[in-house]
Design a protein around this ligand. Structure first.
Ligand code: SAM
Length: 244
């Protein structure tokens, strides 16, 4: 069971507001390629692909690779911006043993109910020595996350509900993985705070769904007030954790 429902309303909000622009994607492409050298014929698994924005980017960046998009929510699959999104989840991946060259888990890891089981399943489908790349917010590493600036309650929600880096490392260690990298990646989430405030959809953010309505309303007011005078792009910092 994911932390939030991922029903039709969430899927619509995600599709409308969570697809990153080229600048943000570029920062992640640079970070990913420090750990992965995509070659023709490689199979990349976008696990928990949602409406498929990362699969779309991977296919555009590395057209000779084979991107396998997997998503448990039927509502998300229905709205996918890429063809052939398969049903599956981290504990039941529709792929053969040792058939995958890299697994991409973007803002998914907090939804996985049994991390050791997921690690075993990811180990099964990955070829030996190939990476699992985890993009996420992690407890204790929230300083660069805009939502935590306007909604301090989101910090508590993060700390209470998301796995720490150490928890993930321990779970993946049971399946033979070790950490090869952990780095913050700064992305331009919006050209300006005004645009972020105007386009904000609570349903698109797990952390905002985990706080009270009152806390949400107060934070939204703080965001709108700040947006009246803010200048420059909105930058968020998430982490990339890579294990082999
Ligand atoms: C916050 S969205 C992120 C989607 C996308 N990866 C991105 O970065 O834009 C989380 C996604 O994880 C999926 N999910 C939830 N539980 C999962 C699980 N156990 N295994 C794989 N994906 C899961 C949800 O259905 C949802 O599409």
């Amino acid at each position: 069971m994911a932390l939030i429902a991922y029903d039709k309303a969430d899927a619509a909000a995600f599709e409308a507001t969570r697809h990153l622009g080229d600048d943000a994607l570029g920062a992640w492409r640079e970070a990913i390629t420090r750990y992965l050298d995509p070659q023709p014929g490689m199979r990349l698994l976008d696990l928990g692909c949602d409406t498929g924005s990362w699969s779309q980017a991977f296919r555009a960046w590395w057209p000779a690779t084979d991107v396998l998009a997997v998503e448990p929510s039927a509502a998300m699959r229905e709205r996918a911006v890429v063809p052939s999104v398969l049903a599956g989840d981290a504990a039941d991946i529709p792929a053969d043993d040792a058939s995958i060259d890299a697994v991409w888990l973007s803002t998914v890891v907090h939804h996985i109910p049994d991390l050791p089981a997921a690690a075993r399943e990811i180990r099964r489908v990955l070829k030996p020595g190939t990476p699992v790349l985890i993009r996420s917010a992690f407890p204790g590493r929230h300083e660069g996350i805009t939502l935590c600036r306007f909604w301090p309650e989101a910090i508590t929600a993060l700390n209470d509900n998301y796995p720490t880096v150490a928890t993930i490392e321990a779970a993946f260690a049971t399946a033979g993985f070790t950490t090869v990298g952990l780095e913050p990646v700064a992305q331009i989430s919006a050209p300006c705070l005004q645009e972020a405030a105007t386009g904000l959809r609570r349903e698109a953010h797990t952390l905002l769904q985990l706080i009270s309505d009152d806390a949400y309303a107060k934070g939204a007011e703080r965001l709108r007030a700040a947006a009246r005078t803010a200048t420059g792009p909105l930058i968020d910092v998430l982490d990339l954790l890579v294990l082999h």
